[in-house]
Design a protein around this ligand. Structure first.
Ligand SMILES: Cc1cc2nc3c(=O)[nH]c(=O)nc-3n(C[C@H](O)[C@H](O)[C@H](O)COP(=O)(O)OP(=O)(O)OC[C@H]3O[C@@H](n4cnc5c(N)ncnc54)[C@H](O)[C@@H]3O)c2cc1C
Length: 464
């Protein structure tokens, strides 16, 4: 492990001198709040710098290089993989104070924003101009655009609109050396040089700190309509999903809940008899009203043909919100009800979703675990919430997780669709990436960050 300098009085003095005392948080109670994200890892930083300008970020990183202390960038701390947890102490660099929407250019369909802007605030701001910013992680009202870019966040709308990466045209980034560069373009296309933009998006704050983003917008869809379908078995629901997609429909969301999830939120269902229901599918389409009305009807028919017990339309916003509440509430209840809980977020090819979920009971039996699955059926992204009764089961649970990930990979899937690797999944990285690929990625890290000062201990450990 790289030995870092402790944060001495001299270093604190220099940090205050260069970034300004007002931007430095030293109160131990407040500092501790920056030692955890929404996941399970905790490590307090020594100091927090709450930046409001890019030049402060540059100054801090120059000092970090000079004195050799670690800096961990942080948006709003909603990550679940420990990405913003300062594993080696040092300074947490909070970007939430850089939260201006700099401009919305209606004629160019772009927005320029600082990284601390909350996703939902941007959505609302562009919506009032008749525009749409699609990326929609479930945490959209509490997470930052900078954090979204650093993790390449996605959400239900991915099935139609893609992930954050598809909407970032360019960024300003402060490199670990303290130099600031802009990468990418302000145009819809651009192929000049290596694609550093897409290397930095999703790099989890390990290669540079994003201080400005130029985002692509699209026209706001005229209307949205939603249906929910209830199936006796999850495999039937997943067959329906594949069938919807291969019939050429591209819904703006296809979300599912399995039987265990339904048991937890039975009180919210709009009918009695949740016991007979093995799966819940929520399908949404957006676009021109007359077109989506026809589409949703056809999708309902496909669900019935694939064995749905019931299909209910939720055309007005009140009913839609109720359906989405069911989908959103489930994660909270799983966490609340499970003494030991590990969220995994795998992706399998869409044609194999039904096959994959059919293996889950076998894993439950073999490893003494309980799996709640829900997520984005339309892009094969399944949130597996793997739980055990108590801490003594932890080892069996971890063995079970590894076996499940191996199965996912053997089916042509990937071990993480949204939440990044951070600390939580780095032990599993070699399951998916070859030693050559990991070596190359470490070389890239070395080029960007030769002194290993930026967000150490994330994605992989550097051998130095
Ligand atoms: C209830 C809940 C639901 C969620 N649902 C989803 C979902 O549907 N889809 C999804 O993708 N994720 C989801 N997440 C995870 C999380 O919200 C996302 O990863 C989000 O993008 C993190 O944003 P943040 O501002 O909270 O970043 P943080 O958690 O603060 O940081 C995340 C990572 O980004 C880095 N980082 C942050 N800002 C910058 C910056 N400006 N420059 C460089 N690096 C930076 C950090 O170092 C860290 O590695 C969910 C989390 C919760 C708690």
């Amino acid at each position: 492990m790289v030995p870092y300098s402790p944060i001495t009085k001299e270093i604190i003095h220099h940090i205050k001198e260069t970034v300004g005392s007002d931007s430095v948080i030293q109160d131990p109670h407040k500092v501790r709040e920056y030692g955890q994200d929404a996941g399970e890892y905790i490590h307090s930083p020594d100091l927090v710098v709450d930046a409001t300008r890019a030049d402060q970020v540059q100054a801090l990183l120059r000092l970090a290089n000079h004195y050799h202390f670690p800096v961990t960038p942080r948006g709003l701390g909603t990550g679940v993989a420990g990405g913003s947890v300062p594993l080696r102490g040092g300074v947490v660099l909070s970007l939430t104070g850089m939260n201006r929407i700099i401009s919305i250019e209606r004629n160019n369909l772009i927005a320029t924003v600082e990284p601390g802007v909350i996703n939902l605030d941007l959505k609302n701001a562009v919506q009032s101009e008749g525009l749409f910013y699609p990326p929609d992680p479930a945490s959209l009202d509490t997470c930052s655009i900078g954090g979204n870019a650093a993790t390449n966040a996605g959400g239900p709308s991915c099935v139609k609109y893609g992930t954050t990466r598809d909407y970032v045209l360019g960024i300003d980034v402060v490199l670990p050396s303290g130099e600031k560069i802009d990468v990418g373009v302000q145009t819809r296309k651009g192929v000049v040089g290596y694609d550093l933009l897409h290397l930095l998006i999703g790099s989890e704050g390990t290669l540079g700190i994003i201080t400005k983003l130029i985002l692509k917008l699209i026209p706001l869809p005229e209307a949205t309509t939603t249906l929910v379908a209830f199936f006796p078995q999850l495999t039937e629901a997943m067959d329906a999903v594949t069938s919807v997609l291969i019939h050429g429909y591209v819904p703006s969301a296809i979300e599912f809940l399995d039987r265990r999830c339904l048991e937890l939120i039975g009180d919210l269902l709009p009918f009695n008899g949740a016991g007979k229901t093995g799966a819940f599918l929520l399908v949404e389409t957006d676009g021109i009203s007359t077109v989506i009305d026809r589409e949703i009807e056809a999708i309902g028919n496909i669900c019935m043909t694939n064995g749905a017990l019931n299909v209910m339309l939720a055309p007005d916003s009140q009913k839609r919100n109720r359906m989405w509440q069911i989908r959103r509430e489930v994660a909270l209840r799983i966490e609340h009800n499970s003494p030991v809980y590990v969220p995994e977020d795998v992706v399998v090819p869409i044609s194999r979703i039904a096959e994959f979920v059919s293996y889950l009971p076998e894993f439950e039996r073999r490893h003494g675990i309980k799996i709640y699955s829900f997520g984005h059926a339309g892009d094969g992204n399944i949130h597996l919430n793997i739980t055990a009764e108590d801490e003594t089961q932890k080892q069996r649970l971890e063995e079970g997780i590894e076996k499940i990930l191996v199965r996912v990979l053997s089916m042509g899937g990937t071990i993480s669709g949204e939440h990044g690797i951070g600390i939580a999944k780095k032990q599993y990285l070699p399951l998916e990436l070859s030693p050559e690929s990991i070596r190359l990625q470490k070389e890239i890290k070395r080029i960007f960050d030769p002194h290993h000062i930026l967000n150490p201990g994330k994605i992989f450990d550097m051998d130095v």
